[in-house]
Structures are given as structure tokens and as C-alpha cells.
Design a protein around this ligand. Structure first.
Ligand SMILES: [Zn+2]
Length: 278
């Protein structure tokens, strides 16, 4: 039997708590996508088993009136019950004014948490072409009270660089997965993931289609998302490898099993998607 390394992933916020809110998206949705994509890269290595505190849009107040302290306390209890080698919380940063970049927190210097934070941070610093804010230390509740070494990843500032956050989501997931892999001596490659056949995928015309794409993804149990690249809106090769492709905005890709949800304008596209969602 394979000895898998168990990891606990905690996408921040959820349910009643949106987290930080950007021009078009909410932190709770972005970090759920980021954590799922990161897990997909790690699962593909065959070396890890990723467990989620939440893999849907929920908070941890179990229907009671939302209260942050209760949410965090229950979230930690879920993580400790799941058990794992390390705990990784996923967040988007936000501030008043403008700030940019990524930072990774550990509770304190000198432990396993700092080692993991450094591994993740150095990958993000060198591979994402975003501002590197480095490793920091803070006693975030979820990191302080979980039983295992814990880190908290702040991926971008949703108020200042939402478009970057959305555009680089897949690349960020790969770099975070590679940082975690480095920490445990496991090689994580983009190729490993491509070998998995994606059944359904979504192709967005631009980042502005994320909101509609998110709902189509939710309706189909959380599927891979791609964005057309550059000024000429090139379709990523991986999107065409999916067995079934939802196209949100833009022209047909010619994929043999395509569901075209495009209007003549981005507003028409939203209407077409709404009709599909029913
Ligand atoms: Zn947050």
C-alpha cells in the first residue's frame, strides 16, 4: 500500500462570510478554486492525499447566525479531526488603498511551519511574476490552534489586482503545489496533471466571464476553467483536451463536444449563461 502524505487544505471564509470582496469576485470563491486546483496537481503525483475543511461554499456555523469566532473554532476542529502532516489555509489579501503581491504566513520562526512557508513562498516569488512580500509570522487562529504545522497563503490583493488573481489562478496553484512538493521531496509537474483526462471544462473569453463561469462550474460539480490567452484570445491547448467544453463568450472553438454559451456582447453572454443555468 502506498504511504500517502495527508494534507489539510482550508479555503478561507465561505457561506455567509464572503471574505474580502473585489470588483467582480469574492475571496471565498477564488480561494476555493485555488485550493482545488492546487490539490489536483498534488493528487496527480500519487504522493499526496488532500483533505478539505470545505470543498463547497459553506461556513462552519452550521446554520446558526454567522459568528467569526464560532466559524474559526469549528473550522479548526474539522481540521484536527481530519488529521494530516500539515495545514494550508488559502486566502486573498485586501487592504485600503492599493497593494500587490503574495505572502505566506507561519505562526513562528524556526519550525516546520516556517520551512513549509519558505518552500511555498520561494516558488511563488520566482514563478508568478507578481510582487513577493515574503514569509511573515502571525498567530492566525486557524494556524495557531491546528494540531499540525500550519501556513496561510495570501494570494494577491483582491481589491488591487483581481484580474491578475483570476488570470494566474492555475499557475498559482501549480507553484503552491510545487512549494508543498519541495517541502516533502515530491516532484510536482504541470505535465502530471495534463495526463489526467479532464471530462468537462469551461473556456472563458476573458476574466470578466469568471462570475458566469463559476455558476456553470458549480452546476457541474466544480470543473476546470480556462481563459483565452492574449489579445488574439488563443484557446489554451489543455481546454481542447477536455471531453466536453463549455464555451463562455467568444466564437466556437470547433471542439467536437462543445456547449456554446456565447452572446454578441458580454452582457448577452451573461443572459445566455443565465438561461442555461435555468
Ligand atoms: Zn481571508
Amino acid at each position: 500500500m502506498n504511504d500517502l502524505i495527508d494534507l489539510i487544505f482550508d479555503p478561507g471564509h465561505g457561506g455567509t462570510d464572503p471574505g474580502a470582496v473585489g470588483p467582480t469576485t469574492k475571496e471565498k470563491d477564488n480561494v476555493l478554486v485555488l485550493a482545488k486546483k492546487t490539490a489536483a496537481y498534488l493528487d496527480a503525483t500519487g504522493g499526496f492525499r488532500v483533505k478539505f475543511t470545505r470543498d463547497t461554499d459553506k461556513d462552519f456555523c452550521n446554520g446558526a447566525y454567522y459568528n467569526e469566532n464560532l466559524d474559526l473554532k469549528n473550522r479548526v476542529a474539522v481540521a484536527n479531526d481530519l488529521g494530516g502532516k500539515v495545514f494550508v489555509a488559502f486566502h486573498d489579501n485586501s487592504c485600503t488603498g492599493n497593494a500587490y503581491g503574495n505572502e505566506v504566513y507561519a505562526v513562528a520562526a524556526g519550525g516546520e511551519g516556517e520551512k513549509l512557508a519558505k518552500a511555498i513562498c520561494s516558488r511563488m516569488a520566482t514563478q508568478l511574476d507578481m510582487v513577493d512580500r515574503g514569509v511573515k509570522f502571525a498567530g492566525w487562529y486557524v494556524c495557531k490552534w491546528t494540531d499540525m504545522p500550519a501556513v496561510l497563503v495570501e494570494y494577491g490583493f483582491i481589491n488591487s489586482e483581481e484580474a491578475t488573481i483570476l488570470a494566474k489562478m492555475d499557475q498559482a496553484a501549480l507553484t503552491i503545489a510545487q512549494g508543498i512538493g519541495d517541502n516533502f521531496g515530491v516532484s510536482v509537474t504541470a505535465k502530471g496533471k495534463e495526463e489526467d483526462v479532464v471530462n468537462d471544462a469551461i473556456l472563458m473569453f476573458s476574466d470578466e466571464d469568471y462570475w458566469a463561469a463559476k455558476d456553470v462550474s458549480a452546476k457541474n460539480a466544480g470543473i476546470a476553467m480556462f481563459v483565452r490567452q492574449g489579445a488574439t484570445r488563443v484557446v489554451p491547448a489543455d481546454a481542447l483536451k477536455a471531453k466536453h467544453l463549455f464555451v463562455i463568450g467568444g466564437a466556437s472553438t470547433g471542439h467536437v463536444n462543445e456547449t456554446l454559451l456565447s452572446g454578441n456582447t458580454k452582457y448577452d453572454t451573461v443572459a445566455v449563461v443565465s438561461k442555461y443555468l435555468g
